[in-house]
Design a protein around this ligand. Structure first.
Ligand code: TXA
Ligand code: MG
Length: 316
């Protein structure tokens, strides 16, 4: 199958490609594949060696837990303890870009490395048809972080994965560009009641509050609960200046709306379009000859909050 000259293999997600992905995953190997948010680097969540291979490939610190992806809420119930709030959120947003941090089920069939030893587990049911097909055909729960080297910009195209992890993964399914373009919203539901957003994303805080019928609670501890939310993340490897109206000659300029830039996140000022193009523009900026990056102002409403969150971390 994979040629001698290339360790990586980009394949179309046709029936043969899906079948190859399912086989590879069942055999405990890694597969990169598209989700509606970003490309994921997947392994079967019940296999310690397979999960260890994810951490190795990404260079990810082992204290940073992974999200478990499932095809159905019934499958989720074997891994996490679900209450009525979960069912309400799942009815509204699953399959889709919402990750829930929930109490781990006793005897959950997942490797302890997935949760980095925590008593909670992050779980999501993704909507991308390719990821869904693989989940349902394999009947596996898949641990899948974003398919990039740890700390680097997330991939929204198969070519981004190949450039970042190409020698570490034998199979990449090419599903084209990811529609949402930024990682899922992560919500922690507390057992005693209450909830917090651990990572802003495509589903806005107001949409979560509307389903749960109560506002977000202050975090009880000041500690970093989603270690992936450490300040420096999503880094293109160059200094970034935010809220720029003009760019210096040594800056690659990412525009938005009327601030034209060299590339523009959305000339019409559409925030969903800007999110979907954000990482592709950061990848271009990383590869450009200019040693610095400037980014035009982005409003913080709706998904703009998640865009600003990623840009602040990229600039940190
Ligand atoms: O959209 C997404 O969520 C993508 C696609 C591939 O599904 N995945 C993704 O995974 O963004 P990753 O590994 O890049 O980010 C997972 C985040 C990290 O910030 C991690 O710390 C947090 O989820 N996390 C995982 N388990 C957790 C837990 N039990 N408690 C708190 N945070 C957790
Ligand atoms: Mg990531």
């Amino acid at each position: 199958m994979s040629g001698k000259h290339h360790n990586s293999q980009i394949r179309a997600p046709d029936a043969a490609g899906i079948a190859a992905a399912v086989n590879t995953l069942q055999g405990g190997q890694l597969v990169a594949l598209p989700t509606e948010t970003v490309y994921g680097l997947a392994a079967r969540a019940d296999c310690a060696e397979a999960v260890a291979a994810i951490y190795r490939a990404k260079g990810r610190p082992d204290f940073n837990p992974l999200i478990v992806h499932v095809g159905t809420i019934e499958h989720a119930a074997t891994i996490a303890r679900l209450d009525d709030r979960v069912r309400g959120l799942a009815d509204a947003f699953w399959p889709g870009p919402l990750t829930l941090v929930l109490p781990l089920q006793k005897e959950a069939p997942i490797s302890p490395a997935v949760t980095a030893g925590l008593s909670t587990v992050a779980i999501r049911c993704p909507s991308h048809p390719v990821m869904r097909r693989v989940l349902l055909d394999s009947a596996l729960a898949l641990a899948a972080p974003s398919a990039n080297r740890s700390g680097a910009v997330s991939p929204t195209h198969a070519a981004h994965v190949a450039a970042s992890l190409g020698d570490k993964v034998s199979l990449i399914l090419d599903g084209g560009a990811c529609a949402a373009g930024i990682e899922s919203t992560i919500v922690a539901l507390r057992e005693g009641g209450g909830w917090q957003i651990l990572r802003p994303g495509p589903i806005a805080v107001a949409q979560i509050a509307a389903i749960l019928g109560e506002d977000e609670q202050e975090a009880a501890s000041a500690g970093i609960e989603a270690p992936g939310q450490l300040a420096s993340h999503y880094s293109p490897g160059k200094p970034i200046r935010l809220n720029a109206i003009n760019a210096a000659s040594d800056e690659f300029f990412i525009g938005f709306g009327p601030v034209a830039g060299m590339v523009n996140l959305s000339t019409g000022g559409d925030l969903a379009e800007a999110a979907s193009r954000l990482y592709a523009c950061l990848h271009r900026a990383a590869a450009a000859i200019e040693p610095r990056i400037a980014v035009a102002p982005i409003p913080e409403r709706g998904i703009g909050a998640a865009i600003k969150d990623r840009l602040r971390r990229a600039a940190a």
